[in-house]
Design a protein around this ligand. Structure first.
Ligand code: FAD
Length: 414
């Protein structure tokens, strides 16, 4: 028997945005299909939050939330007022996926399993009798009279809808299926595409020694970005050493700035491992620790307040002997050591790229999308949802919320 091929709503891409759009559209009784090129839906969703899925971020006003998306953020004010974090949380709780809000506002499933968020969405799609066509790669979108007439799949099959929602994501982590197809289609359909760039991306650094400390994390350190010797930005947060360089929430959030600064010249990342103490206070603190432990090696004294693995490197960078003991340390050596702790220097080689970027900056230009409906201002029956739109936020649940919000609105619009 031939597959059903005519639907009220055709959703292209079965990620977070597409699933939300399909659940919403089918809730009104219309027939809905999801076309997904992977064998399963929600492949990227399963990777989110290191497998825990940071579903959203709770506790900000809509203006504060939208502000985190930069100068484009205002586009989100109206959509968030209709379906923001509180509505998203109620939606998932209603589906039986219990959530918890961490003290910093990040919201996760109580189980800490992204799988449970996906399972709740799949259950609802089933309840709403949404058709799910997997291994259904969309190859072409055909237009007649400024409206989409049909979609052609890789196997030649044609799918026809009254309304089409494009939610194929951006170009980040292409292994999950987001290979930028939507940007090509949208451009052909007359939309402006703001150049896609990797965002929330780790940073490759010149300092090879970091490899040996891969996996080491530091909480609440101060990171300064310098270009051509001038400090351009300072932020405090958590970082992680990786075999290729630096990552962790603070570095990912700064990656957009790092990318922009690289256009001006060589960028350095300066890490202050003890931001709560100024140079003098840190020297005094070291002095007191040494007095208490005169016979201890300095590396063991440092290990009392810094990860032990980094101590030998700090000693080396300060130009001290590897096994130097507390009582052997001269005043100027103490000064040097404190300086190194307060200014660990990394030279940026590059941003790692789309393969490891959590989101795509750029995408379909906002001025060509109606924020009340997510409807294209160029093509009669076309809507957009999720990462394909020219919006990207920081780490913390903001990017998934963008998907829930725009998916909800695209799915509910007539
Ligand atoms: C490692 C990682 C961790 C992350 N963690 C978080 C987090 O904890 N919290 C958060 O808020 N954000 C997080 N993000 C970002 C978040 O995952 C994305 O913003 C979000 O998943 C984008 O959803 P989407 O539905 O727009 O696109 P996607 O999830 O990319 O879905 C698009 C779907 O379209 C399909 N598709 C593409 N082309 C075609 C085609 N031609 N035909 C048919 N189907 C097609 C793809 O296969 C894919 O399944 C993370 C991202 C990564 C990579």
């Amino acid at each position: 028997m031939a597959k059903e091929n005519k639907f009220d709503t055709v959703v292209v891409g079965g990620g977070a945005a597409g699933m939300m759009a399909a659940i919403t559209a089918s809730g009104n009784g219309g027939s809905v299909v999801i076309l997904e090129k992977n064998k399963t839906l929600g492949r990227k969703l399963l990777m989110t939050g290191d497998g825990r899925c940071n579903v959203t971020h709770f506790g900000l006003t809509n203006r504060e939330f939208a502000g985190l998306f930069g100068k484009e953020g205002d586009f989100l004010l109206s959509p968030l007022s209709r379906f923001g974090p509180a509505e998203t949380m109620a939606f998932f709780e209603n589906l039986g996926a219990e959530l918890k809000t961490e003290p910093d506002g990040r919201v996760f499933p109580k189980s800490n399993k992204a799988q449970d968020i996906l399972a709740a969405l799949l259950k609802k799609l089933k309840q709403n009798k949404v058709f799910i066509f997997t291994e259904a790669e969309v190859k072409e979108i055909k237009i007649e009279n400024d409206s989409i007439a049909e979609i052609v799949l890789a196997d030649g099959e044609k799918i026809i809808g009254k309304k089409y929602i494009i939610s194929v994501g951006g170009k980040s982590y292409p292994i999950t299926g987001s290979t930028g197809d939507g940007f090509v289609w949208a451009e052909k359909l007359g939309h402006t595409i703001i150049k896609p760039r990797p965002s929330l991306v780790p940073v490759q650094v010149k300092e090879n020694w970091i490899k040996t400390l891969s996996g080491l994390s530091f909480e609440k350190v101060k990171v300064s970005l310098s270009v051509l010797g001038k400090i351009a930005k300072k932020e405090t947060g958590d970082i992680l050493f990786a075999h290729f360089g630096l990552t962790g929430p603070l570095i990912l959030n700064l990656s957009k700035d790092i990318g922009a600064l690289m256009a001006q010249g060589k960028v350095k990342i300066l890490v202050d491992l003890q931001p709560d103490k100024d140079q003098e206070q840190l020297e005094g603190y070291l002095q007191k620790s040494i007095e208490k432990n005169k016979k201890k090696e300095i590396k063991n004294i440092l290990a009392d307040f810094l990860p032990a693995k980094i101590a030998p490197y700090l000693i080396y960078f300060a130009g001290l002997k590897e096994k130097v003991k507390g009582f052997e340390l001269k005043k100027e050596e103490r000064e040097k050591l404190a300086k190194v702790i307060k200014k660990l220097e990394f030279n940026v080689v590059s941003l790692v790229g789309f393969d490891r970027a959590m989101v795509t900056a750029g995408g379909v230009a906002l001025k060509e999308i109606d924020s009340k409906t997510m409807k294209s201002k160029k093509i009669g029956n076309l809507y957009f949802a999720g990462e394909i739109i020219n919006l990207d936020g920081p780490c913390g649940g903001y990017n998934l919320q963008l998907c829930w919000t725009t998916g909800r609105i695209a799915g509910s619009a007539d």
